[in-house]
Every structure is written in C-alpha cells, then in structure tokens.
Design a protein around this ligand. Sequence first.
Ligand code: NDP
Length: 295
Amino acid sequence: EASFKVIDGKQTAKEIRDEIAEEISRMKDGIGVVPGLAVILVGDRKDSATYVRNKKKACDSVGIKSYEVRLPETASEEEVLKHIAGFNDDPSVHGILVQLPLPSHMNEQKVLNAVCIEKDVDGFHPLNIGRLAMRGREPLFVPCTPKGCIELLHRYGVPIKGKRAVVIGRSNIVGMPAALLLQREDATVSVVHSRTKNPEEITREADILIAAVGQPNMVRGSWIKPGAVIIDVGINPVEDSESPRGYRLVGDVCYEEASKIASAITPVPGGVGPMTIAMLLSNTLTSAKRVHNFK
Ligand code: NDP
C-alpha cells in the first residue's frame, strides 16, 4: 500500500489536451488549416446527448471545429448514410463519428462501414480493426477508449512488454481492441468474458488488469494480484439516495478493496472517461496532419 498510486485520467487528459491545442495552433499558423470533427447523433438518448455535448466542448477547448448533425429516432438509415457521404467528401472534416448505439432499425455495421477509413477517428471500421490485429500492419486510427488505457500506462511509466495482461470484456469498442493493443506492446494477454469459468483465477495472474465489463464492482480484492496495475473502464450508475441525482457512477472494480492490493488504479469517474475524449481529439489532429502532410 505504501507505493499505491491513483492514475489520474482527468489530469492526464488535460495535459494531452494542452499538447493538442499547441499542435493545432502550430498547424493553423503554419498552413492555415484547422482540424474538423463531424458528429452524427440519432435519437434522443440522454447519455448519448451528454457524450456528444462533452465531445463538442472538448473540441472547442483545443481549437477543433466541430460539425454536428442531429437526427430524430425515426430517421432512416439512408439519411444517416447521406450525411456520412457528405462528410466523407468535405475536405474541412477530418474525422467522422457516429454516436452509438444507433436505433434498432438501423444496421450498425452498414453505417460504420460507410465512414471512409481516412476519417474513421473512432477506429471502428473493420479495415482499421483488421490492421490492428495483423502483425506488420498499421491501423490509421485506434479506438479511443483502449488507446486511452494504453496511453495512461505509458504516461505512468508502467512497463507492458513481457508482462501478463488480462482484459475482462471482449466488445468491439473496448475489450477486443484493448487486448490487441496490449499484445502489440508485447504483453501476454488473456481475455475473460461472460462464459469464462472461474475468472478470478485468471485475473489473479495479471500484472496489468483492464476491466471493461459494465458490472458494478465485479472485480473484488481477491481477484487481484498484489502490486497489479488496474485500468477500470466501467462506467456504471448505481442508486445513491445521498446524491442529488439519485445515482452515482462506479467502475467494474471494487475500488475500496483494489486500492489495498493493487499498486495503481484509475478512479471512476476521472480515469479512463476523460482519456477517451482526449484520444478522439488526438485522432482528429492526426487525421488532419496526415491529409495535409503536416509534420
Ligand atoms: P459490452 O456490454 O459491449 O461488453 C461487455 C463485455 O463484458 C462483454 O464482452 C461480456 O462478455 C463481458 N461480460 C459481461 N458480464 C460479464 C461477467 N459477469 N463476467 C465476465 N465478463 C462479462 O460493454 P462495453 O465494452 O461497451 O463497455 C464496458 C463498460 O465500459 C461499460 O460499463 C461501459 O459503460 C464502459 N465504457 C466506458 C467508456 C469510457 O470512456 N470510459 C467507453 C465505453 C464503454 P460476452 O462477450 O461473453 O457477452
């Protein structure tokens, strides 16, 4: 416990935003180009609206121009595809993001495939995921949440090469790409999912544990190897009568217990969440730099 560290995602994300803002002003001064991010939001899910609002705010804070399209829940898939095609052709847009989940009458695969890979700042296009999985290939973009997890490990000086890493969860947007990224960094990776028997026996081997499950406080102290580094991706609302909203957010890891046994852990909130948005900004800048060949 003596050397226990909180991995401060909020502070790290702020540092990254400052670096990005500086790069953007250098680019603006140099070639007169400002990166642009287009966000498409369909329907009126409260959480999605909040995410989109936060992304827009973050764009403003670093000097990325944001373009927003809001469509009603009843919009057709064709309409969404039409907007994507427009942004694909628009040279002032360097990144296109379709806020998920889409309404159930839409084919998510078809919609995500429509984003050209040069503007796929979410990194969800199968070509980008495929390249991420292949040795010797480079994706144009890496999905923001797992990229944020790895960035935290790097910035906190956590060695990855040769370490045992365990990822709980195998979703396309977090767990699976997180496992691929750790493997690219030369960790030995195991993936735990809902059909895994005795998951705690596997997680106890982990020097690095990434939890992306969506189950409040699932990972208990007894699941953790002493001294492990824990990245808690989970964002779970749990009832809390003392909070003005009636709920509070907790991670997938029981923080109380984990902080007594791990060497470092990300808090929820203030861990991976802010990093995800910072990585979106970073991917958008990367895209603009690439298309204008700005070094
Ligand atoms: P999904 O629901 O898409 O995936 C959850 C994964 O966890 C699945 O692979 C599932 O297994 C596995 N799982 C579910 N229950 C168990 C269990 N009891 N034991 C072991 N594995 C289990 O969720 P996401 O990946 O989209 O998100 C995960 C969490 O991360 C959520 O809390 C979400 O809110 C949060 N999140 C946070 C972000 C951030 O910016 N910090 C961004 C995105 C998500 P199976 O494949 O077998 O079904």
